[in-house]
Design a protein around this ligand. Structure first.
Ligand SMILES: Nc1ncnc2c1ncn2[C@@H]1O[C@H](COP(=O)(O)OP(=O)(O)OP(=O)(O)O)[C@@H](O)[C@H]1O
Ligand SMILES: [Mg+2]
Length: 255
């Protein structure tokens, strides 16, 4: 579904990611780990079009053949079916829980502005469908009772789930989660693991996940990639990764 081919991302003199190659298959939950500053978020930023890669290519294949998305604009990539959440939660602060999820549908809107202003087809039908989909998503992520609350008034764990619900509103095929457990308490973290598996199955998703909580990464990922100083140092199942000396060294340093 996603092929990252020898991708390099350079910021001035900093090589954030160096010739990284990764492959994600349909339906997989893939983890991306590495120490602080390893280049994990940069991988997401390049895949979602925030930065064009300095070198290398990104291909996306949701089923109908491979598309080169390297350097495409974020809205174009989102429309192709890749959506993400952010390391630092980015919700619409002055909007309610319901409005945040409803707004997610705007990336997927087929009506043009003329149809929207004059309420011409397919706009009314789209609005109705998006409202229903919003209700469905709120129910699915367990935020139906909070629908009228201000997004930022929610506890941290709920805000994270709300951000995921808003991403799901764009009807993605590939969902990128950047540290979804950050700031969560142990119970919320445990719930999140079950939640990630649930949405993968329910929405037929492929999930690419950055996380520092090792129990989350090891508990939900089918395969894991490890970045260290921008270089891909390991790839494998959680068992293989946990016993890989290079990974242990990257995390703990050499004595
Ligand atoms: N826009 C930018 N301009 C300059 N340098 C950047 C930019 N974005 C990232 N970097 C640098 O690239 C390197 C990788 O950063 P990145 O945010 O990808 O790391 P990370 O693995 O996500 O770290 P963390 O675990 O702390 O979130 C860092 O040295 C960072 O300072
Ligand atoms: Mg990061």
């Amino acid at each position: 579904m996603l092929q990252i081919d020898q991708m390099t991302m350079r910021f001035g003199g900093v090589v954030a990611v160096s010739e990284a190659t990764m492959q994600i298959n349909k339906g997989e939950i893939i983890g991306l780990i590495g120490p602080n500053g390893a280049g994990k978020t940069t991988v997401f930023n390049v895949v979602t079009g925030i930065y064009p890669p300095t070198k290398g290519k990104i291909f996306f294949n949701p089923g109908e053949g491979s598309v080169d998305i390297s350097g495409k604009k974020p809205n174009v990539i989102c429309k192709q079916g890749i959506c993400r959440t952010f390391q630092n939660i980015r919700l619409f602060k002055s909007m309610s829980v319901y409005e945040n999820v409803y707004m997610g549908h705007h990336m997927d809107l087929k009506s043009g502005w003329l149809q929207a202003i004059f309420h011409l087809p397919p706009y009314p039908k789209e609005v109705r469908e998006n409202r229903e989909h919003t209700e469905y998503l709120l129910e699915s992520v367990g935020l139906a009772d909070e629908r009228n609350e201000l997004a930022t008034s929610l506890p941290y764990g709920m805000q994270r789930r709300l951000e995921i619900a808003r991403a799901l509103a764009t009807r993605p095929k590939l969902l990128l989660l950047d540290e979804p457990a950050a700031g969560m308490n142990p119970q919320e973290t445990k719930d999140l693991m079950a939640f990630i598996k649930k949405i993968r199955d329910e929405y037929d998703l492929t999930i690419f996940l950055i996380e520092h909580h090792m129990d989350v990464i090891m508990g939900v990922s089918e395969r894991i990639y490890v970045l260290d100083h921008g270089v891909m140092i390991a790839e494998g199942t959680p068992e293989v990764i946990q016993s890989n000396p290079k990974v242990i060294e990257a995390y703990l340093g050499v004595e």
